[in-house]
Design a protein around this ligand. Structure first.
Ligand code: SF4
Ligand code: SF4
Length: 390
């Protein structure tokens, strides 16, 4: 019988190391069908249009995107998931959420820089208890000082306060490490409560416990995403190296049953998000098994970011990457970064504590990165010169 270690080695060697393209997630489960006319009726509410903070021309543009009963190309399942709870959110929130999503899609593509980052990804912890082969946690030059650490709660609150005041729309807790390793994660969730349109927690599910599950639902976290890639224990354990399938299954069942039993009106969506890296993974069986326990099941490809700095150079890549316009990552020590492909922060435009998020977002360093991307010179930056994620 193959040992888990040998199985993992087999998985590692089977992943194509080079030339991966950006991996889109595919929803395997069916969500609610939202029609463009439903959205348009929200966007046409006069009192909401009057009080929103965008100009008329932009509002007209948004409304045009939903004309002739067609949903725009940026309407994705994640947005649709929000609309499965539409009956339970106010019209004003639904309206503002659509506006936020429109800007989130358009601004990076048209090269407009938001006044303040609209999407912020925060890592409570940079380490992980697993060693998945497609993750930067397998880079042993990364899993040590100065890269490993845990976020101080005061720093977390400072980041959240600035994001809330600046108008950030979405927060994700995860990034380079496993957030459930943070002993104060429930306090972080409580601090996030009610401040943003979307709050997402990504976890490998190995360390969920009853209190944490309650804290997720009590604090209205919009989405909990569990990184699970198979219904087959052996395949699962060869990818999520270090995890035990039965423990994770038990935890997912616990999560679901706490929501059903104690929070029947919860709007938190539970999603299983898998990465397809080996042939023997079966998306159909995967979906059938996990959709018994969760609301959504998705699967995407692996992104080329587990050994970023040794990737082959790609001088032919001159398109701008959207990330420097779209989002901001905040590491455990306040270091900011445009992406986690660059998990060692070569591209970092600054650190919270030494500067504010707003100043970092508009810093010369960030401006230079954006302008080089715009002028087809991303090759001046390592690792943009070897990155095909975006
Ligand atoms: S669980 Fe996530 S952070 Fe941890 S090793 Fe796997 S992919 Fe990386
Ligand atoms: S390394 Fe550069 S090109 Fe790749 S995702 Fe990050 S910012 Fe974009």
């Amino acid at each position: 019988m193959t040992s888990p270690h040998d199985k993992r080695k087999e998985v590692v060697s089977s992943i194509p190391k080079r030339n991966l393209v950006r991996a889109e997630q595919v929803f395997l489960t069916k969500l609610k069908d939202v029609t463009a006319n439903q959205v348009l009726s929200i966007l046409s509410k006069r009192e909401l249009v009057k009080n929103c903070d965008i100009d008329r021309a932009e509002m007209k543009l948004i409304q045009e995107e939903f004309s002739e009963d067609k949903l725009p190309e940026w309407w994705n399942p994640q947005i649709e998931a929000k609309f499965t709870v539409l009956e339970r959110i106010s019209l004003k929130d639904a309206f503002n959420y659509i506006v936020f999503r429109f800007k989130f899609h358009h601004y990076p593509r048209t090269g407009q820089v938001y006044d303040f980052p609209q999407y912020v990804l925060i890592e409570p912890v940079s380490s992980c208890n697993l060693r998945c082969p497609m993750c930067f946690q397998v880079d042993s030059t990364f899993t040590k000082k100065p890269y490993m650490g845990i976020m101080n709660l005061n720093l977390f609150k400072k980041v959240i306060n600035e994001c809330a005041a600046g108008g950030t729309g979405a927060i994700t807790l995860a990034s380079r490490g496993e957030p459930t390793l943070h002993p104060k994660l429930p306090e972080m969730l409580s601090y996030l409560n009610g401040k943003f349109f979307e709050v997402k927690l990504i976890t490998n599910g190995t360390r969920l416990n009853e209190d944490l599950c309650r804290s997720i639902f009590k604090n209205g976290i919009d989405q909990i995403v569990l990184s699970i890639d198979s219904e087959d224990p052996e395949i699962f354990e060869s990818i999520r190296y270090g995890a035990d399938f039965q423990t994770v299954l038990k935890n997912v069942i616990m999560l679901k049953s706490i929501r059903e039993r104690e929070f029947p009106n919860s709007m938190t969506r539970i999603r299983i998000s898998g990465v397809k890296i080996i042939k023997s993974q079966n998306p159909t069986a995967f979906k059938e098994f996990w959709s018994q326990y969760v609301d959504e099941v998705t699967m995407g490809g692996a992104e080329e970011r587990w050994d970023t700095y040794n990737n082959q150079l790609h001088p032919e890549l001159t398109d701008k990457c959207l990330y420097p316009w779209e989002r901001l990552y905040v590491w455990f020590d306040g270091t900011c970064n445009p992406c986690d492909v660059d998990y060692k922060s070569f591209l970092s435009p600054g650190k919270i504590g030494e500067s504010s998020i707003r100043k970092i977002w508009h810093s010369n360093h960030f401006k230079k990165l954006r302008s080089d991307h715009l002028s087809g010179e991303r090759g001046k930056h390592n690792p943009c010169d070897r990155c095909q994620v975006c």
